[in-house]
Ligand binder design. Structure first.
Ligand code: GRF
Length: 208
């Protein structure tokens, strides 16, 4: 079977990217990363890509006169890499409606909580875990979902739970959730590689 072509977008340290690389190398994910794109030239994600000879591309809106020119370049890279699935792994920029429409049902994101709770604008990084602890919920987790034009809103593909402990700080909780993210993202990508995910409306279904 043909390997799934991934393009990973990341702005930060790239531990999710690393987990995907490791899972591919371990033969757990039937995919290849055709490129890593970051808006941040100093991101750990680009450095990790270079360590594995994966093309690393710094692409920022600041390099273009208009958002349309950015999109044109971005879409031409995705096309050139014969991208099957765009994987957002800590990418801090919103993708434009043009990009989202062109790659409809082929862009996924990972969110460090159980959506639709604790999502939406401003809910990123440590803010998510602060809100979880403040709300007093006993369970949080990880959500892999498709990206549509609304923040943290597209069809949910996979969720895993993580307990919230009485003595958790936002930082200790973030650490435990991040570990769950690493495992969950690889599993979800493998489902796409096996063509097991079907999208109908705003729901995803696992093909038998
Ligand atoms: C993760 O918590 C992910 O859920 C969020 O951004 C973080 C990225 O971490 N979208 P890393 O760069 O993969 O280490």
């Amino acid at each position: 079977m043909k390997k799934l072509n991934l393009v990973v977008l990341a702005s930060g340290g790239g531990t999710n990217l690393q987990a995907i690389i490791d899972s591919i190398e371990a033969g757990k994910v039937d995919a290849q990363i055709r490129a890593v794109i970051s808006n941040n030239s100093k991101s750990g994600a680009l450095e990790r890509a270079r360590n594995y000879n994966i093309p690393d591309i710094h692409l920022s809106h600041k390099q273009f006169a208009t958002p349309e020119e950015f999109d044109q370049k971005f879409l031409s890279i995705l096309k050139d890499k014969e991208t099957d699935l765009v994987v957002l792994a800590g990418y801090m920029k919103m993708l434009s409606p043009t990009v989202i429409r062109t790659y409809k049902n082929r862009i996924i994101n990972i969110h460090p909580a159980l959506l639709p709770s604790f999502g939406g604008e401003g809910m990123y990084g440590i803010h998510v875990h602060e809100a979880v602890i403040k709300a007093g919920v006993k369970i949080t987790g990880v959500t892999v979902h498709l990206v549509d034009e609304i923040y943290d809103h597209g069809a949910i593909v996979m969720q895993k739970t993580v307990p919230v402990l009485d003595d958790d700080t936002p930082e200790s909780l973030a650490e435990r959730v991040l570990k769950a993210e690493h495992q969950t993202y690889a599993e979800a990508i493998q489902l796409f590689a096996e063509d097991r995910i079907e999208i109908r409306g705003n729901r995803s279904y696992l093909k038998k």
